[in-house]
Design a protein around this ligand. Structure first.
Ligand code: WTA
Length: 657
């Protein structure tokens, strides 16, 4: 049994000990400042959510039901009626926020900005919603959206919500092929797109890609095309209509469709590696409630907060925390169109200064880029408006956390490390910034009412401090309800490993003696060396602690003797040069910090890492490189040249030539 267990456990050898408690000042002004909410939620979690639903949702018909759980299917507020766009817009105008800015939009080309108030947003949404109806879009239909980060992107989503059509947003960095696949999967008849987008000073041919996708997605009947750059684009008479011409003739009044709480609000595909993407199905009331409460409490949103979630609306982070959560809370947000390095690496800090941003939320991968570029970029700007920082998307290395704390938050702003997934809809594991003592690298504790458990291979809870599989053993309002037209895959992927009551996240995690959760990456990111499962995150965090290292990725390569050996890819900070000595020093460094078992077999220096357009490291490719295999599919890479360079280096270093 002992050895069984050792196999099942992910070894958690690295411990980070610094802690950061909320300052008196922050606590005094915080939306949530004591632990009572945790007790209230634990006492009766259904009632807890039901009470919040009364506070956060404007109903057309109040629900009498709360949760119905027929594992693995849940419904929430199933007999309630509402319209999500009405909540995000009309409700705000009725509450006196008509003149309040909903979005400060910043275009990528410098000097181009636009502010949209709640009233203006309502008008634009209503006109487009009428336009969509005139094209035949009805409640229950699916509408594709393939755009850049322009204000019309949230407008398009809300217009769909207003008429009761499910939107299927496809990230504007995806190819025609990915777009076509998602349109085919969902049977969308209308696609909303734009002539071109801006990215890193270049134009992205969105309309042209959409045209290519249409060849492979025969159900697409109509295109609505926004003019953004104004360049000429190919045009199909009878199918394509300009956005401005469509809405010009439309009334500014549009009745919001009465929707059932469980009607589909949107479908969003999760990034698969090789398999077909999965269309997570999110519904109306439970989702809206979950993203609004988490937005307000975790990011400590007040009436005067200027909020910036620097993700792309094309991902779940943007859906939940750029569009639905903030709008339903009547918040003012920043929406930035372009690249964080355009025209230079201080663009974000320039925007923070200009709008007096008070809460800023981004991904660790971007923070590591900031670390690499150095603190002189944030130092160029006045960041004194910031009072809270957040991260999402992957585990954050404690060193990057501390850098973020010091150079962006100026040792004043709590950092909320929020764990969640496309499937979960909203945040599940997170600090509450006025309550929780922070530990860099840990997403800390479950949100009130959420019940995560870490299990071993057999389904037993792992002893404290040991790694295992993260599961959620109780439903929550924002959870996806199924996969679009593939319930079997829903059950198979998420509710079969531990049975229908237990949601399987696919992530590894451990809990420390304070009950804090430490995420250890996807389970397939685990490296097995001589029967010891090692977390790639731990190895990477250790490397990043070294003074010379800006970013690191660890992968397992097949090894005839030890199962796998560890190969690390390292990007150095400015002022450090790759050398055999440094590689050796880093190998020793890891061995010393984590244990000999974790000593990398090789450390390779590169200029960049293979990343997807959303910034996730493509571990599958690193593995191919480390093992000297033919490279798998590289079409979703942000920059495909990166892998060739690394492959050459790896082949040389590992003696394959
Ligand atoms: C990872 C993004 C550690 C995790 C919202 C999860 C995290 C996957 C964190 C979901 C975090 C997200 N700490 N890991 N704070 N947040 N992840 O669907 O592996 O794009 O399963 O949703 O990102 O990615 P997705």
């Amino acid at each position: 049994m002992e050895t069984e267990h050792a196999h099942a456990a992910i070894e958690a050898l690295l411990e980070e000990r610094r802690t950061f408690s909320p300052s008196e000042d922050f606590r005094a002004g915080a939306a949530i400042s004591d632990e009572e909410v945790y007790r209230r939620a634990e006492k009766d979690f259904e009632r807890f959510w039901a009470e919040l639903a009364g506070e956060f949702i404007g109903w057309f018909k109040e629900p009498t039901k709360t949760m119905d759980w027929k594992p693995p299917h849940a419904t929430w507020f199933a007999d309630g009626e509402l319209n999500v766009a009405w909540n995000c817009l009309d409700k705000q105008v009725d509450a006196g926020r008509g003149g309040k800015v909903a979005y400060h939009w910043v275009g990528e080309p410098e000097g181009e900005t636009r502010d949209l108030t709640y009233e203006e947003l309502l008008r634009e949404v209503s006109r487009l919603a009428n336009g969509l109806r005139s094209l035949g879009v009805r409640k229950g239909d699916r509408v594709g959206i393939y755009m850049g980060m322009v204000p019309e992107l949230p407008v398009a989503m809300l217009a769909c919500a207003r008429v009761g059509a499910a939107h299927v947003v496809v990230f504007g960095g995806f190819s025609a092929e990915s777009l076509a696949e998602r349109m085919r999967d969902t049977g969308a008849k209308v696609l909303i797109t734009q002539d071109e987008g801006w990215r890193k000073g270049s134009k992205v041919p969105l309309k042209r890609n959409a045209d290519d996708a249409a060849d492979e997605a025969p159900d697409l009947e109509r295109f609505v095309v926004l003019r953004r750059t104004g360049d000429d684009v190919p045009w199909t008479e009878g199918r394509d209509v300009w956005w401005d011409e469509l809405v010009d003739e439309q009334s500014e009044e549009c009745e919001a469709e009465r929707m059932n709480a469980e009607d589909v609000l949107f479908l969003l595909h999760t990034s698969g590696t090789t398999a077909k993407p999965k269309g997570a199905q999110h519904t109306s009331a439970g989702y809206l409630l979950h993203v609004s409460v988490t937005h307000k409490w975790i990011f400590d949103i007040h009436e005067d907060t200027v909020w910036w979630c620097a993700a792309d609306v094309g991902w779940i982070t943007g859906h939940s925390y750029i569009v639905y959560g903030p709008l339903n809370n009547g918040t003012t947000s920043v929406l930035y169109e372009g690249d964080p390095a355009y025209p230079d690496w201080d663009r974000h800090w320039q925007i923070v200064e200009r709008y007096g941003v008070s809460a800023y939320y981004t991904a660790p991968t971007l923070i590591r880029s900031f670390v690499k570029m150095g603190p002189e970029y944030p130092a160029r700007h006045d960041l004194s408006s910031l009072r809270l920082l957040g991260t999402v998307g992957e585990p954050i290395n404690p060193e990057a956390w501390v850098w973020y704390w010091k150079y962006i938050g100026q040792e004043r702003c709590p950092i909320v490390d929020t764990w969640w997934q496309t499937e979960t809809g909203g945040i599940l594991i997170t600090p509450l910034p006025g309550v929780t003592t922070l530990k860099p690298g840990s997403a800390t504790v479950p949100f009130p009412g959420i019940k995560p458990e870490i299990l071993d291979e057999q389904g037993n809870p792992v002893p404290q401090g040991e790694g295992g599989f993260l599961t959620i053993s109780r439903p929550w309002p924002g959870m996806f309800r199924t996969l679009w037209e593939d319930d079997e895959r829903y059950v198979q992927t998420y509710f079969s490993k531990y049975g229908p009551e237990t949601y399987f996240t696919g992530d590894g995690a451990k809990q420390d003696s304070d009950g804090y959760f430490w995420l250890m990456g996807r389970i397939d990111d685990v490296i097995n060396v001589a029967g010891h499962r090692l977390s790639t995150t731990e190895i990477e965090s250790t490397l990043v602690e070294h003074a010379a290292v800006a970013e690191a990725a660890a992968t397992g390569a097949a090894d005839p003797d030890r199962g796998q050996r560890i190969v690390c890819f390292v990007l150095l900070k400015g002022g450090h040069e790759p050398s055999d000595e440094l590689a050796e020093e880093l190998r020793q460094f890891v061995a010393q910090k984590i244990g000999k078992i974790a000593r990398p077999a090789a450390v390779l220096f590169g200029d960049d890492l293979p990343k997807t357009r959303s910034g996730k490291i493509m571990r599958r490719l690193l593995k191919d490189i480390a093992e000297g295999n033919e490279l798998g599919d590289t079409t979703t890479l942000r920059d495909a040249t990166v892998v060739d360079d690394l492959k050459q280096k790896a082949d040389a270093a590992l003696g394959r030539r």
